[in-house]
Design a protein around this ligand. Sequence first.
Ligand code: Z5A
Length: 212
Amino acid sequence: RIGNIDSRGALVVLEGLDRCGKTSQCSRLLSYLEGLGHSVELWRFPDRTTSVGQMISAYLSNQSHLDDHTIHLLFSANRWEKRSMMEAKLKAGTTLIVDRYSYSGVAFSSAKGIDIEWCKAPEIGLLAPDSVLYLDIPPEKAAERGGYGGERYEHLEFQRKVAQCYQMLRDSSWKIIDACQSIEDVEKQLKEIVLDQVTACKKGKPFSLLWS
Ligand code: Z5A
């Protein structure tokens, strides 16, 4: 905990396998909260706009090759370089809807066989989300959605391993949403959860830190 403040924005994270619908739902949540007059921004990790993000992007698109531990630390560094801005925005009352966060970092790297505790270590001290929304979809169903692109992790076999690693990371605070429902049904459930969090944070819910 880093102290109580009166009112702040909510840190809402969407997680899930490739093609589970995170990006579609993030933009719907953004429009919804904006429509209600809230201050809100959409963030995504990796943030490919920074110099670290460009190294990650080159790796994901197979233009460079890095040791598995090295790329893991770069993904984490990409979150650390945004941490102070994240805290400032939240304290200023802006809600952040974030497409992937530390859980992607741990799930994708541990799916390669790296020890899960080693994967978590560099994430310790980042802000903990107020809400983790996991869009749950069988890897086979996700693969049917418009096909995978050409990026490094977009293969059914690997996504199956990632799904198992997400299972190990889940805790009782996560909201698990059946992502096989229609886009509209998923949206309806997410809106309710997110609005509750935004309201709680406006009332001064304290911050927590990873990894708790
Ligand atoms: N990665 C990592 O290793 N370590 C880290 O720390 C982080 C990430 C942060 C980044 O990919 C890769 O980096 C990612 C994890 C790894 N690798 N993988 N795999 P990215 O962020 O650039 O891409 P992505 O997150 O995988 O997103 P995506 O392909 O854009 O998928 P999505 O956002 O979940 O889904 P979408 O674009 O909203 O929807 C996909 C399609 O399904 C689209 O045609 C939709 O219209 C359709 N869709 C969506 N919802 C539905 C429903 N409900 N029914 C039917 N069809 C739907």
